[in-house]
Ligand binder design. Structure first.
Ligand code: MSP
Length: 637
């Protein structure tokens, strides 16, 4: 019988963002799944990568005055560098700027075009630059004109373009979702997509005029256009495994499972299967959608300064405690909150107190009563059997949890089993039996508890490979290759492990100060104090006094003023959102404080280099400035 396969993928991440907790979560979950399937004896393949084309990154590069190729190269490297220290076992890393990818995108575009499923037309619509897609009025019903994901203003764009006949595949897709229970999950997302398919689908604009933006893959049938970034990106899942002819494609595609978060549900549940169908390629096997991580109850964002860096967390708490927390805390499909209290709580209760302590007790007793060798498991009692049977139960449940991506629920069961083993050891009280000279029974109890520990270590290995290999090594067992839930070999050397997972003091994580500050902040109505920074970080900010030379309202807005300021060494323009508080004429000659070394950016199409400082006052803002005349350009220290 041919070996069963399992192919899992993460979204390919945009390179205009540094990798953070959200990216780490999906990637760790794929890693966990692939490792479980490995243990079940499957032939597995795990893909991740970076999404490097499109208007967004093109603009970021332009604004930073950098070559786009060089920028995507550097930022893609940040993702590639992150995965090994997080123990991510991906087999391949696809970049959409690679030739092997571009070739496949051209090929499926040409096939789809030849089949008559791509046509040219004029289109005008509201476009989000960050999502790189048009939004329909229905999708922006809640706040017309604004992106429902990024909350930024949409831009109206009109141009000739190529369109993919999404509408033609609508009935097929609805039926596929309705009749194939494996295809899309968890259930709430299935319901969401089916609801979306009740209204007619609009065809999908899949090109961008090259004269506006060249950073993409040229359409094979019209070189005046480049491919829309989502059409390009989704194709990575088959280009990386060598569609159409490579053995890998034939082998792995039928067992594919894509993991994504709910932000990119429509692209994966609607565009992608229809694209595949139109190109004559069978659909993916399964799409699994997870929720959103918040941090201390807030959306993670650069502006809030609460973006979680996975490596910092892994260093602070230990990589495996971090991986465990992510996999255990988020009920797959629902949102979850990342915070130090939660992580430390689970580490201390579940990993240190339950699992680590059990290991310490059992290995210490084998040292004391059995000469550091695994005793024989003789004449098991019904209680022993009942406990051991729980391992079989776990094994039986595992495939369903993997299929439904409910690893969090599986981990809960494993930890219940560990807790039951702790209770078993306490109730059996081998130390008391030893005093009575019942050494054979003592040996059996310790052998049963060791079998439970070795079993738990194997089913926890995909989540915490490093620590579980340490646990197994205590029983002279190697890294698991296949799940083997049976007693530890009699006579094996056993080493005492005092503290597999050290307790973490919450105070050491810095979380308590944050909490105190947050509590005080809530009472006082001001924002909490942000995370501490090093003096060197502060020293990077160049604060200067500037004199306002000219002030005018920015065209087309009620909020923005365009200021010409004198910084002593140079004059420059900044754009500030203070038009509702200040009459521009009253500002000329006034001195303010600005962040002088902030990278130039565009505000409503106007260049702004630097940022003035202001504080909330009444309904608006009050400008900060020197209390007395200062030379323009004077450093604020
Ligand atoms: N480039 C596209 C995906 C193309 S796939 C063909 C993209 N990239 S992204 O960098 O924005 O990554 C989005 C994904 O990152 C989410 O779907 C999810 O996997 C992960 N996450 C990013 N932030 C997240 C949270 N706050 N919480 C959970 N996961 C999140 O979209």
């Amino acid at each position: 019988m041919p070996q069963e396969t399992f192919y899992t993928t993460t979204p390919i991440y945009y390179v205009n963002d540094k990798p953070h907790l959200g990216h780490a979560y999906t990637t760790i979950m794929c890693d966990v799944l692939r490792r479980y399937h490995d243990l079940l004896g499957k032939d597995t393949f795990f893909l991740t990568g970076t999404d490097e084309h499109g208007e967004n990154i093109f603009r970021v590069a332009k604004q930073a005055g950098r070559d786009v190729r060089e920028l995507v190269e550097a930022n893609s490297q940040l993702f590639r560098n992150l995965w090994p220290p997080l123990n991510i076992s991906n087999d391949d890393f696809i970049r959409t700027t690679e030739e092997r990818h571009k070739k496949v995108v051209s090929e499926i575009l040409q096939r789809t075009y030849d089949a008559g499923d791509i046509y040219e037309a004029e289109y005008g619509g509201n476009y989000c630059l960050k999502c790189e897609r048009f939004y329909t009025d229905k999708e922006t019903e809640e706040k017309p004109g604004f992106c429902p994901i990024h909350e930024s203003e949409l831009e109206y764009i009109k141009e000739r373009n190529y369109f993919f006949r999404l509408s033609k595949r609508q009935d097929w897709l609805r039926e596929k979702i309705e009749t194939d229970p494996v295809f899309l999950g968890p259930a709430q997302f299935r319901t969401e997509v089916l609801a979306l398919l009740r209204d007619p689908l609009e065809d999908l604009c899949i090109s961008r005029p090259a004269e506006r933006m060249r950073w993409g893959i040229p359409l094979p049938f019209d070189r005046n256009f480049v491919t829309y970034v989502w059409y390009d990106a989704l194709t990575n899942y088959i280009s990386a495994i060598g569609y159409p002819d490579d053995e890998k494609f034939k082998r792995y595609w039928p067992s594919s499972m894509h993991l994504i978060a709910k932000d990119i549900l429509r692209q994966h549940a609607v565009y992608w299967p229809c694209m595949l169908r139109a190109a004559g390629i069978p659909p993916f096997r399964a799409l699994r959608v997870h929720g959103w991580w918040t941090v201390e109850g807030k959306k993670m964002s650069k502006s809030l300064g609460n973006v979680v860096q996975p490596l910092e967390e892994a260093e602070k708490y230990g990589l495996d405690a971090f991986r465990y927390f992510l996999a255990r805390e988020m009920s797959f499909g629902s949102d979850a909150d990342y915070n130090a209290r939660g992580l430390v709580g689970r580490n201390n209760a579940e990993l240190a107190d339950d699992l680590g302590n059990l290991l310490s007790r059992v290995t210490a007793m084998i040292g004391k009563y059995c000469g550091e060798r695994m005793p024989p498991l003789k004449d098991p009692t019904p209680e022993d059997e009942a406990l051991l049977a729980r391992l079989d139960g776990l094994l039986e449940d595992l495939p369903r949890h993997l299929e439904e991506t409910t690893v969090h629920a599986f981990l809960e069961k494993v930890m219940q089993t560990v807790a039951a083993t702790n209770r078993y050891v306490t109730n059996q009280a081998p130390w008391a039996l030893s005093k009575k000279g019942e050494s054979e029974r003592v040996g059996t109890i310790l052998a049963v508890a060791s079998a439970m520990l070795a079993g738990a270590a194997q089913v926890l290995w995909p989540v915490m490979p490093g620590k579980m290999e340490e646990l197994l090594a205590a029983f002279s067992m190697p890294r698991p290759e296949r799940l083997r839930l049976c007693p530890v070999e009699e006579g094996a050397a056993v080493r005492h492990v005092r503290s597999l997972f050290p307790q973490i003091a919450l105070a050491e994580t810095g979380a308590e100060t944050g909490e105190a500050s947050e509590g005080a902040a809530a009472k006082s109505g001001v924002a909490p104090i942000k995370k501490e920074i090093a003096f060197e970080d502060f020293a990077k900010i160049d604060l200067r006094v500037a004199t306002i030379l000219e002030a005018q309202k920015a065209p087309g807005t009620d909020k923005l003023l365009r200021l010409l300021i004198d910084l002593g060494v140079e004059k420059r323009q900044i754009v500030a959102g203070i038009a509702e508080q200040y009459d521009p004429r009253s500002l000329v000659g006034r001195q303010i404080v600005v962040v002088a070394n902030l990278a130039q950016r565009k505000v409503r199409g106007l260049d702004s280099k630097g940022m003035l400082l202001a504080v909330p006052s009444g309904d608006g803002f009050a400008l900060l400035g020197p209390d007395g005349e200062a030379a323009p350009g004077a450093e604020v220290s």
